[in-house]
Design a protein around this ligand. Structure first.
Ligand code: OGA
Ligand code: NI
Length: 354
């Protein structure tokens, strides 16, 4: 083939991958295409030469019981939150008040969305980062050289009435179920963030931030990871940290999330019905580095499709994100620049995921 012919073939191939992994799998697949094969050091199981191969136990994240947080043991629970944010950047919440049906219906209707014909799903495909609904694949499909085994649907969700009319109208019950889910997740966030800010012990500064965050943005990201014929060669999501203040993650019962803990990747044990809560970049900045926005990634498997729903909560777009003055002094100078959120978003959309 001539070089120009090869270029043409590559372009055709790339177009195919832009349609996403669900589309790819629906057309039958026995091997992972080269586009999705990660270099060896980035693959799911990479053992450094000086380390023995030993199967890692799944990580049991600290568990926060919201019923206890709201009872007489609050100060004890706040200390557990502070330790979790310092040592893991992650914890799980149980007894959070969201009815099991709300989260189950959400996962289930999202599954049905991804089972729609490609033509229906692709109506929401756009490279416009500010679109209220965005369907896509990989991590950043216009920039990624190697693709991830993941399709996504991103929904702007707060304030809900501004965005709701743009959400997918098919399946016919999608909007109403996703709206209930988004609203209840936002309420859970407002409650969680109050506790997290209280755990920083910065008094009025925390209350001020909580008020601002109440009016902030919410992005609901539905992740779809179809079964993969060679999961050892690829990733569902590359190592990244979340840009917002706090993320609330709902997973189905299939494991896949890994977090960086003591320099190693460890799998988070999913607790049915719980939410995984993690510190985002904004909270790391706000806490002047005391709470850590920790790298995490997603593995896929060869048998079970996996759905997760991440709800990213941040300050309003007009806010300036900076370390809380209460957490800086001559011994602890600010570790981060003041940044307005819009500039910050521009920066993260231009950088590599790591
Ligand atoms: C994310 C994320 C983890 C998962 O959406 O930012 O990290 O388990 N998701 O899907
Ligand atoms: Ni994430």
């Amino acid at each position: 083939m001539s070089p120009s012919m090869i270029a043409l073939v590559v372009e055709e191939e790339n177009k195919k991958y832009q349609r996403g992994v669900k589309h790819l799998c629906d057309n039958g697949l026995t091997k992972v295409p080269t586009k999705y094969i990660w270099p060896e050091p980035d693959r799911p199981i990479f053992t450094k030469p000086d380390k023995l191969i030993k199967p890692k136990q799944n990580l049991k994240l600290p568990i926060i019981d919201i019923a206890e947080l709201l009872g007489p043991n609050r100060s004890h629970v706040l200390r557990t939150i502070a330790e979790a944010c310092e040592n893991y950047g992650f914890f799980q919440v149980v007894n959070h008040g969201m009815e099991g049906d709300v989260s189950r219906y959400m996962i289930e209707v999202c599954k049905r969305f991804f089972e729609l014909p490609y033509e229906e799903r692709s109506k929401y495909m756009t490279s416009d980062m500010s679109a209220p609904v965005r369907y896509g694949t990989s991590f950043n499909q216009s920039k990624d050289n190697i693709f991830c085994w993941r399709d996504f649907l991103k929904l702007s969700a707060h304030p809900l009435p501004d965005y709701f009319p743009y959400w997918p109208s098919s399946p016919s019950d999608f909007r109403s179920l996703a709206a209930i889910y988004a609203k209840e997740t936002k309420e859970m966030f407002d409650l969680m963030v109050k506790a997290i800010l209280e755990s920083l012990e910065i008094d009025g500064e925390g209350d001020k931030a909580a008020e601002e965050l109440k009016e902030g943005s919410q992005l609901v990201v539905v992740n779809c990871y179809p079964p993969c014929p060679q999961p050892e060669l690829t990733l569902g999501m590359p190592p990244h940290s979340d840009y917002g203040f706090v993320t609330l993650l709902l997973q189905d019962d299939v494991e896949g999330l890994q977090i960086m803990y003591h320099d190693e990747w460890v799998t988070v044990d999913p607790i049915p019905g719980s939410f995984v809560v993690n510190v985002g970049d904004h909270l790391e900045i706000f806490s002047n580095g005391r709470y850590k926005s920790v790298l995490h990634r997603v593995l896929v498997n060869s048998t079970k499709p996996r759905i997760s729903v991440a709800s990213l909560h941040s300050f309003p777009l007009t806010s300036v994100v900076k370390p809380s003055p209460k957490l800086t002094d001559e011994h602890n100078p600010p570790q981060y620049m003041d940044t307005d959120f819009a500039t910050f978003l521009q920066y993260i959309s231009s950088r590599e995921p790591k």
